[in-house]
Design a binder for this molecule. Sequence first.
Ligand code: SF4
Ligand code: SF4
Length: 376
Amino acid sequence: MSNVSSNMVVLQRDDFQQLIDALREREYQVVAPTVRDGAIVYDEIQTIAELPMGWTDEQDGGQYRLHRRQDQALFGYVVGPHSWKRFLHPPQQRLWQAQRNADGFQITPENSAPPKRAFLGVRSCELHAMAIQDKVFHNDQFTDTFYQARRNNVFLIAVNCGQAGGTCFCVSMNTGPKVTSGFDLALTEVIEGDQHFFVMQAGTDNGIDILQAIEQRAASEAEQQKADAIVAQTAAQMGRVLDTTNLKELLYQNLEHPRWDDVANRCLTCANCTMVCPTCFCTTVEDVTDLSGEHAERWRRWDSCFTMDFTYLHGGNVRASTKSRYRQWMTHKLASWVDQFGSSGCVGCGRCITWCPVGIDLTEEVRAIREQQSGI
Ligand code: SF4
Ligand code: SF4
């Protein structure tokens, strides 16, 4: 075993279970990609056998299929319908409970101590999405204590993508495919002939601690070059491209562009795009009581700018048309998010394109607005 620092090391495929074991020994619940109902979703695993070994995905607008690979890669696919936000900012969160007593009500706030979790297989675009949600949930004016407690308890094992998906455009958004920061450990999977290994790097002291607990050795120059070549090849294969030149100004100047009517004719306002997006964060709050009226609870649930109730203000809905709701979503993601949080709200993961039932593609919508505005 070599002396580990932030240097590159090699972990053999046959020793990969040691990584999971080392995390579990440190009381991390290991959450990783796994196959369920024909899709790759994130769930708790105990063994390497639960990873989507030998599977890959095929993605396009409104299309997602799993296929068998020719090899036994552990990370030979891209992102699926889940994102890590479902663990950091869950779809449903109880905020407090109230119980009637002799003096009125006793309010019990929800315990915000979450389990220690290790996220295994986090892609570069997803690390960027987490950094974006960090700004939303922890900033000068506001801290979401539920989010912050979960975020502080997470160990991140990132994966450099070995292939791009059909709807990926992280290169356009400068968010991948190479992992650059925000990880405890990062790895690149290398399969060549009968060789199968991972070139790994620690990004934190916690990452170094895990590497020191498993069988690994220093990576050779040739092994590091192989890993770099895999990521470079992925960057050259992007399924989509988004021209971000003056994108904010383009959208602000085209709020009445006819393309918004065109997309409104196709959009079902189903809200899928916002549910799968790793940066969308909007919620609603619901109070529920039992039939006796003795017990009440307040819940926070994911909501979407595509639902009618979300924009109901006293007296009516401020975005009654499909056109206004799609325009709100896309201009927020790609333009007003920059004013609000200092970066785009899109990391180019492609989920909103893949999981839109009618295949609406924001890269196409931007292209259409740009081309018609410039008279091309
Ligand atoms: S807007 Fe679409 S491509 Fe961009 S981060 Fe959200 S789901 Fe991914
Ligand atoms: S753009 Fe697609 S996924 Fe989003 S609300 Fe419209 S139909 Fe649904």
